[in-house]
Ligand binder design. Sequence first.
Ligand code: PML
Ligand code: MG
Length: 254
Amino acid sequence: MEEEQFYSVRMRASQNGRHECGGKHISGGEAISTYDNLQKAVSDLLEKGLQHTRGKPDFMQVQFEVIEEPFIKIKPLDIVTNEVTTVEDGHSVVMRLLESAGIQQKIIQKVYEQITEYSGARGAIIVDYRTGERLDDRFERGIRVSRMDWNVGNFADWAEANNMPNHSRVKEALVLASKVSSHPSSIAELCWSDDPDYVTGYVASRKLGYQRITKLKELGDEQGCRIFFVDGTTCLDSYIHFLEKQPVFIHWEK
Ligand code: PML
Ligand code: MG
């Protein structure tokens, strides 16, 4: 019997021109699909880009591509929600979590000083956890973690068992965080959304799990953040290759 083939489906949308011509990033999305499900996967991503609180796109690219490389299966990180009422309290929780992931306070401060600059990037920024220096050379493009997904039914079971809403936002963020933190060179991730209506963010690591923090910015703010703290002695090319190209399925064992 022929083995089933899988396809990586990707979408990016921007306003006032393409991203590379200075357009404002509106939305991006990732899925892995069978051939038979491609129409739905493409249409879900189209919908995601069209109905976005960051604005109406005037450029969108949706593409699919067969995946030739073997997949790996990864467990979702354990999830914890830290309730806070102010942005300030939210960032104190971030500090505490990043410190317990092994990052010195002075390095965290140094990275925070650069966060406004990093917020302009569409993808993630890679930072050396010992020096706080940015390691990638992707400028405003950043790193886009790709080729990852989580079966709808298995995610729904996980969501029910963990008292989480069966929403694509948490699913997408947890898929990404679980893939990133599974790499041995990843020390921690810090993320919050660039969507003006969504203020919850997270710190994630193998040791801490996926630690949601319910307020990391004010409503209406369109500055997001995604930083990967890594061991700077790692081979950056192979780390980025893993993030961009390694096909990953998240799977939760009951
Ligand atoms: C995003 O939307 O770009 C990131 C969302 C991060 C937090 C998701 C959650 O756990 O609520
Ligand atoms: Mg967004």
